[in-house]
Design a protein. Sequence first.
Length: 300
Amino acid sequence: MAAVAGFRALGSKVPDWIWRVLRDPLAAGFCSRGPPGAGQSEPGQRLTSVRQQDGIRNIVLSNPKRKNVLSLAMLKSLRSDILHEAESKDLKVIIISAEGTVFSSGHDLKELTGERGPEYHTEVFQTCSEVMMLIQNHPVPVIAMVNGLATAAGCQLVASCDIAVASEKSSFATPGVNIGLFCSTPGVALARAIPRKVALKMLFTGDPISAQEALLHGLLSRVVPEEQLEEETMRIARKIASLSRPVVSLGKAAFYKQVHQDLRTAYHLTSQTMVDSAALQDGQEGIKAFIQKRKPVWSQ
């Protein structure tokens, strides 16, 4: 239970929703009884697809005809795919990408009509929020690979990932204000990824920004030509996959814990994390390998 261990090592309270998933993922609605990608609303409909090799799990949003809309079924399928064997030592990094020219157009507006009612709307937004929090709280890094337009909750998904790589043709927007539905939940992820004034301009106007603008402001990690997108994303993923999972997991949890603390608290927290990391089997292996001028042999 690396996710729980990470919270405990950092002296943090484990969120209730994570406990619900770990105790009874089926009852919590976090995964289906079928294989990854089984959260579909219609028989035979494949909303996400998954493949995993050499520690790298590729999750693909697979509803291009509907612009990879983040319907409730899509969100549940994505959640299931992210959580599937999350504690496995064979999983080192996750990549989220999409079929088609649109990464994701955000929530399914047909699910937000008055006929659905507030209880259904609450489930949609709570599920979406849980998916976004799950990415940050997941024990392995999550990379967004974007090749096209990412709007509203789709932009939120990109902003929530630990690393984001995009093609030059990609663009990003939070246009909800134009249809009377301000992008408040996407604003949570945006405000934590880019400067406030940039985020508010996107939220108040709904105007898109280019991939280069997104890179400049910190929404993206890298921008490359479309033909180099997969190669560059896989290069980053393979590098992470070659490293110690326990070390990376502890480091990820510590980073997000300290980033909003005051300076003194942040240094106190991360100093203890360094002590904990040095106590890990892989921590000692890495130190010995460096001193002995050899490659480390990681436990995971």
